[in-house]
Design a protein around this ligand. Structure first.
Ligand SMILES: [Zn+2]
Ligand SMILES: [Zn+2]
Length: 164
């Protein structure tokens, strides 16, 4: 399983290929180290985030945001072109084609498991989140977002008190 994580110290993004067997994660830009949470992958698939250990994960398609929209918009523009030259059949074909392409891409694209707490992304065949994790839940996401804000605030205060 591959893990993409954000360094909590310097916000640099790191990537580790075999995150489930790693013992620690080291930030490439500031050398900040964090002990890996062992046993993140069971035979059933990923069970917790190897970076922060939380079991609150959600799944989403590993689909670049906006790509699906681009395909549909491009298809629509193309169809309009045919429509303009009075070729309605070709216009329909293009519209159908772009919708189909969108669907095929959607099915082909694999799932990525995301950590609510540290926003780490887990990829690979052993993620297997199907039916085990839900898509993003706004309420859970908000709880963790506020937690992150509190942590950031606390850190800010600590650095300020060190300076004084
Ligand atoms: Zn760092
Ligand atoms: Zn995490």
């Amino acid at each position: 399983m591959e893990l993409t994580f954000e360094c909590p110290e310097c916000r640099a993004v790191g990537r580790v290929k075999n995150a489930d067997s790693a013992t620690e994660f080291v930030c490439q830009s500031c050398q900040y180290k964090r002990q890996a949470k062992a046993g993140s992958v069971t035979p059933e698939g990923v069970c917790h985030c190897p970076y922060c250990g939380t079991e609150k994960l959600y799944i989403q398609k590993d689909f670049p945001q906006g790509l699906g929209v681009t395909i549909v918009v491009a298809g629509f523009a193309w169809a309009t072109y045919y429509w303009y030259y009075v070729r309605p059949l070709a216009a329909y074909a293009v519209l159908m084609g772009s919708a189909l392409l969108d669907l095929i891409l959607w099915k082909k694209v694999s799932d990525v498991a995301m950590c609510y707490r540290c926003l780490g992304q887990m990829r690979g065949p052993d993620v297997k989140p199907l039916g085990r994790f839900e898509p993003f839940d706004l309420e859970v996401g908000e709880t963790f977002r506020q937690e992150r804000m509190r942590v950031a605030e606390l850190k800010e205060r600590q650095t300020q008190s060190v300076k004084h």
